[in-house]
Design a protein around this ligand. Structure first.
Ligand code: ADP
Length: 302
């Protein structure tokens, strides 16, 4: 079993000619409401690719929260694992996208930041008995550290996608079986400017020295780099016509975690995750762009 813990946001997207300046009103855009949040995106990517997945998250006592619960149920999750905070709004990302493809995003994390260690009393056994636990950094660090402890003590493989970028303590890094930073996150964690394969390798090796067991640095369209005690291996990205790279990293992490849960070797797991992520960049939106298993199989066999 894979357990994903993390954020769930409602993405409110307005596409318009240009992003409004301070004090300006720009009329004539179109809008869409899309399910997002790194935790939810990764969990949905995991379940759609065929994983046996539990997702633990917290929403607000409002319409968005209600909507999300129904959505997660439809995706096949146990809705008892979606907690509700009575006094805080559901997490919201307000996104502006211009005709030129530029964006500007404001996030009100709301209930996501109310997911605390004490909420995990009923889930202790679930986490203890999992093969893999997948976390990100859009929920309180205190909670991430708490779950990392449970995972480490019970020899559950902990995958941390350190997004959005944040400094981490050495005590947390030592409990991580696999860390999956992108270039920005790898730079912040190591102080090494990660801009290509060579610098990515330096950063990954530094992270191994800091106590992480395995590292995958994702390099966007340039693929990814796996660094373990056995050495380094580079993986190309699949060539596709990119439309919207939102959630590429999330799809990569969610599908990678499922492959690892199923006992697939890291190198093959990366190929599977890279294919899933490549499909997602050909479609718009966060969760609407997450592929299903049949699409990934078809893509890999074509
Ligand atoms: P994040 O979204 O977290 O910044 P990346 O942009 O590094 O993550 O993307 C994660 C993975 O998704 C990459 O390692 C790659 O395999 C795949 N990917 C990202 N962008 C593209 C693209 N334009 N074409 C093909 N694959 C991509």
């Amino acid at each position: 079993k894979l357990v994903v813990v993390g954020s769930s946001n409602m993405d409110l997207v307005i596409s318009l000619a240009r992003i409004p300046a301070i004090g300006e009103t720009v009329l004539g855009g179109s809008s869409s409401m899309v399910f997002g949040g790194k935790g939810a995106n990764q969990a949905v990517a995991a379940i759609r690719c065929g994983g046996n997945v539990s997702f633990i998250a917290k929403v607000g006592n409002d319409l968005f929260g209600e909507n999300m619960k129904k959505h997660f149920e439809k995706e096949g999750f146990n809705s008892d694992h979606i907690l509700t905070d009575a006094n805080t709004a559901t997490g919201i990302a307000q996104i502006f996208v211009s005709d030129k493809g530029e964006n500007s995003i404001a996030v009100a994390p709301g209930a996501n930041m109310k997911l605390m260690p004490k909420d995990f009393v009923p889930f202790h056994n679930l986490i203890k008995n999992a093969q893999v636990v997948l976390l990100q950094l859009e929920t309180p660090l205190e909670t991430v550290e708490f779950i990392a402890d449970i995972a480490f003590q019970n020899e559950v493989k902990l995958i941390l996608n350190p997004a959005p970028a944040k400094q981490l303590t050495e005590s947390l890094l030592k409990k991580i079986w696999l860390l999956t930073p992108n270039e920005t996150e790898a730079s912040l964690l190591t102080g090494i400017d990660v801009i290509d394969q060579t610098s990515a390798q330096k950063a990954a090796e530094h992270l191994l020295d800091m106590g992480v067991k395995n590292v995958i640095v994702t390099l966007g369209v340039s693929g990814s780099l796996l660094c373990t005690a056995k050495g380094v291996k580079y993986f190309k990205a699949f060539q596709v016509k990119a439309k919207d790279t939102t959630a590429a990293g999330d799809v990569f992490n969610g599908t990678l975690a499922v492959a690892i849960t199923n006992g697939i070797a890291l190198q093959d797991a990366i190929t599977f995750a890279s294919a899933a992520a490549a499909i997602s960049v050909t479609k718009e939106g966060a969760q609407p762009s997450v592929p299903f298993r049949v699409e990934i199989d078809k893509f890999l066999n074509s």
